[in-house]
Design a protein around this ligand. Structure first.
Ligand code: AMP
Length: 289
């Protein structure tokens, strides 16, 4: 039976015991409503570690005003069943009050890297993400932590935080898991109605177009981005937040791709804000995390 902890002091005790037994701990932080993307991280962790801890916590501090914190899909019992099938060992499912007790005051911020891509529109989003991830690292004390390339900026920022703050966990970033037709899996896909679901394919097609152009030798980012805008505009009911090609380390826009770059986009479709990305000319291993 998978173990479920809701209190920090209880999971701490369990972790202490595991450390005494010299078990290696793999950690997968999530907001729940699990899909194959999450499960790919869990599978990898189960394979590589003695014990896998999965956190399920819809973190209020990473949602801005008017965002979908209260409507974010939740189904703990289903998540628990899925994790049990994958042989995860422990679920950490704290309440918001447990994580942000009383007069909460301490946050983690990163310079510059939170100003671009998703950070431009979602003010304070990465401050909330970094804060909760550092708190979870302190509670779970994982040897290895698993993140998805789906949230590329998050993975880059967490990798940098771990390096800058000497946090003793290794970060592994795994590829984007997609539906059969190419749509990147996301808990937020649940918001899409039938028509919106069809139009959501615009993200994948734009990403594919960028990859094709890059493979054919195109290195001018404006030419690639113009084509991506064209692809997106050929779909109905899609509002573009951003389409960017940026340096993998600084996240700043570049005009020419030298060897590799992160190509990322975000769009609004109905109630959903969806993201996708690809690394042109490389992979996440190039981050050297
Ligand atoms: P979330 O529950 O959305 O906070 O995601 C938890 C973790 O799962 C993050 O590291 C995400 O990047 C990762 N993830 C979400 N969707 C996917 C996907 N389609 N493929 C791979 N990883 C994913």
């Amino acid at each position: 039976m998978i173990e479920v902890y809701r209190r920090i002091k209880d999971i701490r005790e369990r972790i202490k015991k595991l450390k005494q037994e010299e078990k290696t701990i793999g950690f997968v932080p999530t907001m729940g409503y699990l899909h194959e993307g999450h499960l790919s991280l869990v599978r990898k962790s189960v394979k590589e570690n003695d014990v896998t801890v999965v956190s399920i916590f819809v973190n209020p501090t990473q949602f801005g005003p008017g965002e979908d914190f209260s409507s974010y899909p939740r189904d703990f019992e289903r998540d628990k069943e899925l994790l049990e099938k994958e042989n995860a060992s422990i679920i950490f499912n704290p309440s918001a009050e447990e994580m942000y007790e009383g007069d909460y005051k301490t946050y983690v911020v990163i310079e510059e890297l939170d100003e671009f891509l998703c950070g431009r529109r979602r003010k304070n989003h990465f401050k909330g993400v970094m804060t909760v991830v550092l708190k979870l690292f302190n509670i779970v004390q994982p040897d290895v932590s698993y993140f998805g390339q789906k949230d590329a900026q998050q993975a880059i920022i967490i990798t940098k935080m771990v390096k800058d703050l000497n946090i003793p966990t290794k970060i592994k970033v795994l590829p984007i898991v997609r539906e059969k037709d190419g749509l990147a899996m996301s808990s937020r896909n649940k918001y899409l109605n039938e028509d919106e679901r069809k139009n959501a394919l615009c993200l994948y097609h734009a990403v594919k177009e960028a990859e094709k152009m890059f493979e054919k030798g195109e290195r001018d980012t404006k030419t690639i981005k113009d084509k991506m805008f064209e692809v997106i505009h050929s779909y109905d009911g899609v509002k573009i937040d951003y389409i960017e090609i940026v340096d993998l380390k600084t996240l700043k826009s570049i005009s020419k791709i030298k060897d590799k770059a992160l190509c990322a986009l975000a769009v609004y479709i109905g109630k959903a804000r969806l993201i996708d990305n690809t690394i042109l000319g490389g992979s996440f291993e190039d981050l050297g995390s």
